[in-house]
Design a binder for this molecule. Structure first.
Ligand SMILES: *[C@@H]1O[C@H](CO)[C@@H](O)[C@H](O)[C@H]1NC(C)=O
Ligand SMILES: *[C@@H]1O[C@H](CO)[C@@H](O)[C@H](O)[C@H]1NC(C)=O
Length: 302
């Protein structure tokens, strides 16, 4: 396009200068524009020009009178736009050009989070992959993806090595080995476009919905050791078999002394338990554990 213009002006394309010795100044030198927003950038020449103009697919413009020319777009939607300001001067260097540093950005349409290949419950101590997907974001090189567990940032992922200017979909994977303390923890990921000081402040961000992860684990007794109880005859006996587990454990008590089954209660409380061995089993889908209680009567006369 510029070549056409230079031909029209009857000039040869030799020795086009850009950079410091160029007498052109773009203001602002870096423009960060939201997709669909208007933009206006000026190009100012510091010495007399024959022609000053903007080479651009859209909104090309030029002047033969002024020392300043604007590149103005009402709604910028062209992802590959690379406007260049050029000047043709009366004196050497006769041709100059400056490229506008233009960043057209678009916030992601959505950010989603999921557990990869999730069919069965999440089990303590096993490895799982969480995936965060960012849909339709540009330019991805400015994207930072942050992973959070509750309020804590656990990992971040940059995409600075990627170059496309057009919107893309990207994803990040977080490996987790959950423990029981993390049962019910909320995971989220956040996409942030770090567009620099010329960009919007604070940087545009989109947060994923939160993913709650229930961590399943087998029953564990607070004190797994066998318990010996010496009680006076007729006094109430309390056998506490409470175990922690997810899903909540169910309990079965067995003893030659128990006529009726005393199922599904973690604590056996009775004044009529006769001496002997009582076994409690706590179980859930991940396993079962047993614990023994031995009741002895205090010998009389002591
Ligand atoms: C997910 O499951 C599919 C099919 O079962 C398997 O091919 C793939 O490797 C799994 N991906 C991960 C990350 O485990
Ligand atoms: C990413 O996390 C590291 C620590 O893991 C931190 O030093 C760095 O500042 C973070 N990067 C961003 C862009 O927040």
């Amino acid at each position: 396009m510029k070549n056409n213009l230079l031909c029209f002006l009857g000039l040869s394309i030799i020795g086009i200068v850009s950079g410091d010795s160029c007498s052109l100044e773009i203001s602002p030198p870096r423009a960060v524009v939201k997709f669909g927003d208007p933009v206006t950038v000026s190009c100012v020449a510091s010495r007399p020009v024959r022609v000053l103009g903007w080479e651009s697919i859209i909104a090309a413009s030029h002047t033969q009178h002024d020392l300043s020319v604007q590149w103005r777009v009402d709604s910028l939607t062209d992802w590959i736009e690379e406007p260049i300001c050029y000047g043709v001067f009366f004196t050497a260097p006769r041709q100059c050009e400056e490229k506008l540093n233009l960043v057209l950005y678009k916030k992601p349409d959505s950010v989603s989070i999921s557990l990869v290949n999730h069919s069965s419950p999440v089990v303590e101590g096993r490895e799982y992959q969480l995936q965060c997907e960012v849909h339709n974001v540009a330019p991805v090189q400015y994207l930072v993806l942050r992973w959070y567990r509750e309020q804590t940032e656990v990992y971040n992922h940059s995409f600075s090595e990627l170059t496309p200017a057009t919107p893309v979909q990207v994803s990040s994977t977080l490996l987790i080995v959950p423990n029981r303390a993390e049962d019910g923890a909320q995971y989220r990921c956040e996409a942030e476009l770090q567009l620099g000081p010329e960009g919007p402040q604070p940087p545009p961000t989109v947060l994923s919905p939160s993913l709650n992860i229930a961590v399943h684990y087998p029953p564990d007794f607070r004190s797994p050791k066998e318990e010996q109880l010496e009680v006076s005859e007729g006094s109430e006996v309390v056998l506490d078999c409470t175990a922690e587990g997810n899903p909540l454990p169910v309990y079965i008590w067995t003893s030659p002394n128990l006529q009726e089954k005393a199922d599904d209660q973690p604590v056996l409380k009775d004044a009529s338990l006769s001496p002997g061995v009582y076994t409690c089993t706590a179980s859930n889908i991940l396993g079962k554990k047993s614990k023994q209680f031995v009741i002895k009567h205090k010998s009389k006369g002591v």
